[in-house]
Write a protein of this length. Structure first.
Length: 146
């Protein structure tokens, strides 16, 4: 009778390997936030050139609605790279849930405060650009999953 091999293998990392992984994680977190910020600013500049300052402000607000909670979450993950064991999966999912909730709340705040002056197409453009900021990294740096 065929008995499959056990796939339960423990990976043991040296202290140097752990440090290298932590350094790369810190750099990658920073790069993602910078890419999101850069793309958000680029879209705002395009909105300003095409439709004026209200569109640019709306685009920046849409970008900020995702960038701010994401930057705080990235900062929390960055700080956890200095702790033994890093971030727990539970903490990661709670952080993701809170990040999405805060982003929704900020979009609501944009609607409440901006009123009729908000240009929603520009808000959406800024939001989507920031959400997809990691694509900039893939395009310019390529996939590092080698």
């Amino acid at each position: 009778m065929y008995e499959p091999e056990s796939t339960d293998k423990t990976i043991v990392l040296t202290e140097v390997e752990r440090r290298q992984i932590d350094i790369r994680a810190r750099r990658d977190l920073l790069e993602v936030v910078v890419a999101q910020l850069s793309l958000g600013l680029l879209v705002a500049a395009l909105c300003w050139a095409v439709a004026g300052w209200l569109a640019a402000a709306s685009s920046l607000a849409g970008s900020a609605a995702y960038l701010l909670p994401n930057a705080v979450f990235a900062l929390r993950l960055w700080a956890s790279t200095y702790r033994p064991g890093g971030a727990s999966p539970e903490l990661f999912f709670i952080g993701e849930f809170l990040k999405v909730g805060v982003a929704i709340a900020l979009l609501w705040l944009i609607a409440k405060v901006g009123g009729d002056q908000v240009q929603w197409l520009a808000v959406l453009a800024g939001l989507v650009a920031t959400l997809k900021g990691y694509v900039v990294l893939i395009v310019f740096k390529g996939s590092r999953a080698k």
